[in-house]
Design a protein around this ligand. Structure first.
Ligand SMILES: Nc1ncnc2c1ncn2[C@@H]1O[C@H](COP(=O)(O)OP(=O)(O)O)[C@@H](O)[C@H]1O
Ligand SMILES: [Mg+2]
Length: 225
């Protein structure tokens, strides 16, 4: 469970998120809203990438303000652009980085990397240059780099925005199959069809919190005004 208590966030004194009180218990939570409505700010608060200007964010019993490192391990984060996430020049090095930081035994590191590459059909790319992968493969590598850390939650910030339809479909499938709890920011409203809960942001506030069959039409109406 992730809990936000009376959370606001300001950048340089300008408030961009306010009055957020939420308890997130569902397995699939979508976040939608216009550009600049506060979606990325919101999801960055969930894993301690950002600390709230006011209020508290709790992941289980861990306050992001106090337990940043543990929170980051629990809550994985996938960025829109995998180029911002892939750090190492070779695929397997990129996947090994976080695991080495955890000081896991080499055999464990090896088995997690082998497993994730097999799962996403990337075995042939193990020694490949990460930056030469296709856009879809890069996004899969970025997701793999998060999954090898075995987080309980995976947050996605517009994971399909930069992808063509084939790769978009692949990533949607990957997200559907994840056993983890997922929080996903998206403009891809079809992605949300099987989600349990959708938060609609407008001007830094949550203006609707409902299942997709209610939240999506509400959002369409809001954007048509
Ligand atoms: N690092 C930052 N510094 C200053 N302002 C920011 C920063 N990040 C976002 N903002 C501003 O905060 C508001 C919300 O941004 P963001 O959370 O990225 O919205 P969204 O993801 O919905 O497009 C916008 O007005 C944006 O310009
Ligand atoms: Mg954003």
């Amino acid at each position: 469970m992730i809990e936000l208590r009376d959370v606001s966030h300001a950048y340089d004194g300008k408030t961009v998120l306010q009055g957020v009180n939420l308890t997130l218990t569902e397995r699939r939570i979508g976040v939608i809203g216009s550009n600049g409505s506060g979606k990325s700010t919101f999801v960055r608060l969930l894993n301690g990438l950002l600390l709230p200007s006011q209020g508290q964010v709790l992941v289980g019993s861990l306050n992001t303000r106090e337990k940043a490192k543990e929170v980051r391990r629990r809550v994985g984060f996938v960025f829109q652009n995998p180029d911002n996430q892939i750090v190492f020049p070779v695929v397997e090095e990129d996947l090994a980085f976080g695991l080495k930081n955890l000081k896991l035994p080499p055999a464990e590191i090896e088995s997690r990397i082998t497993e994730v590459l097999a799962r996403y059909d990337l075995q042939a790319f193990r020694q490949h240059s990460s930056h030469l992968l296709s856009g879809g493969q890069k996004q899969l590598l970025a997701i793999s780099g998060v999954l090898v850390m075995q987080p309980a939650y995976v947050v996605f910030d517009e994971p399909t925005t930069l992808l063509d339809l084939r790769n978009r479909n692949r990533i949607v499938q990957v997200i559907r199959e994840l056993p983890q709890t997922v929080v996903a920011v998206t403009h891809d409203l079809d992605l949300l069809s099987d989600f349990e809960r959708v938060l609609v942001f407008d001007g830094g506030r949550i203006v609707k919190d409902a299942p997709p069959h209610e939240a999506v039409p509400f959002y369409r109406e809001l954007m048509a005004r």
